[in-house]
Design a protein around this ligand. Structure first.
Ligand code: GLU
Length: 329
């Protein structure tokens, strides 16, 4: 044997003796798995960060390392996961439902995403409408003729905005000047006078609404009231409240405003290995208190409600943990 080879073998023997782990496993490169989130001023991006922070503490146990990517949002994330470009993603519960079922009026009409799998739900999100006070907008109907951001095509909110407008008889292609900007761009454009209002489906508080309510142009949150028939038609929507007070002191509102909402959920593909999904779910649930401390939008989370709002089947790696923890039979 050459000297160098003898040295490597000797090192391996020492490593085995010290750690009890075979050197191959100890030194194998960790598997990098990427989480798709949303814009940097939303809540998905810090949510991906919170999950990665907790799970990566055990990177050596699972031999995986989570990384976080800012993306265009829910629709982008689902499609990228299905194509194998991302392993995990934060997505709206309504989008999860539509993608798995190939819902008629969605991006996945006739193309059910049968490999989509759920892990857990996270914070609630409200369809949130903010308008400039000087634009004279006091209701959704007042958006007619105005310049309104309904959301970029990869976002979850775009279809939510269209659903509200359509339900109230507003044709988004004709009756308003609809913009397709990313959520991170809208606050600056509203403050600059290049937008009259924007929709964003997001948890609260969010950086986007902090920014939009901190400028010199006076802005206010607009109530979104919908008839019962709306909730009958779209089973994945439920009435909600935008918690304005305490979160956005710069807004002109004197009370919280009614709207409707969905949930942020965490998803993957059936092609991602059970051991990785199991590791993510186990670390999140076993460090639940730490998770809750990482963002004010998580204050309402319970271990029980983190299993609500999932419409795609649970990934087997997630189910294994829930059964082990007695959370599921
Ligand atoms: N709900 C938005 C979407 O699905 C993202 C919100 C966020 O980034 O917090 O595109």
């Amino acid at each position: 044997m050459r000297k160098a080879t003898i040295f490597v073998v000797a090192l391996a023997v020492v490593a085995l003796a010290v750690t009890g782990i075979t050197p191959v496993a100890a030194t194998a490169a960790p598997k990098y798995l990427t989480i798709g989130t949303g814009g940097v001023t939303g809540v998905y991006y810090p949510t991906g960060g919170a999950i990665a922070r907790i799970v990566n503490k055990k990177r050596d146990v699972y031999n995986m390392r989570l990384t976080v990517e800012s993306t265009g949002g829910s629709v982008f994330n689902i499609n990228a996961i299905m194509q194998g470009d991302l392993e995990f993603g934060v997505v709206q519960s309504d989008r999860q439902y539509q993608a798995f079922n190939g819902s008629p009026d969605s991006e996945w009409a006739g193309k059910p995403q049968k490999n989509l799998r759920a892990l857990f739900a996270v914070h609630p999100e409200s369809i949130t409408l903010l308008a400039a006070v000087d634009a004279g907008i006091n209701s959704v109907m007042d958006l007619k003729g105005k310049r309104v951001n309904i959301g970029n095509p990869g976002s979850g909110q775009r279809q939510n905005s269209i659903d509200v407008l359509t339900a109230l008889g507003i044709d988004y292609e004709k009756d308003i000047q609809a913009e397709s900007l990313k959520a991170a761009e809208a606050p600056g454009m509203l403050q600059d006078g290049r937008l009259d209002a924007f929709f964003y489906t997001v948890g609260h508080p969010s950086g986007a609404f902090k920014e939009a309510t901190s400028g010199v142009r006076e802005v206010k949150f607009i109530e979104i009231k919908l008839p019962d028939s709306f909730y009958k038609k779209f089973s994945y929507y439920a009435p909600s409240v935008v918690p304005v007070l305490g979160n956005y002191p710069g807004a002109a509102n004197k009370s919280d405003v009614a709207s409707f909402g969905v949930k942020a959920t965490f998803v993957t593909s059936s092609k991602v290995k059970d051991k990785y999904v199991y590791g993510v779910v186990k670390e999140i649930f076993e460090n639940f208190d730490e998770l809750k401390s990482l963002h004010p939008a998580y204050s309402v989370l319970t271990k029980e409600n983190m299993l609500e709002g999932l419409s795609a089947p649970l990934h087997p790696g997630a189910e294994k943990y829930y059964k082990e923890a007695g959370m599921m039979k």
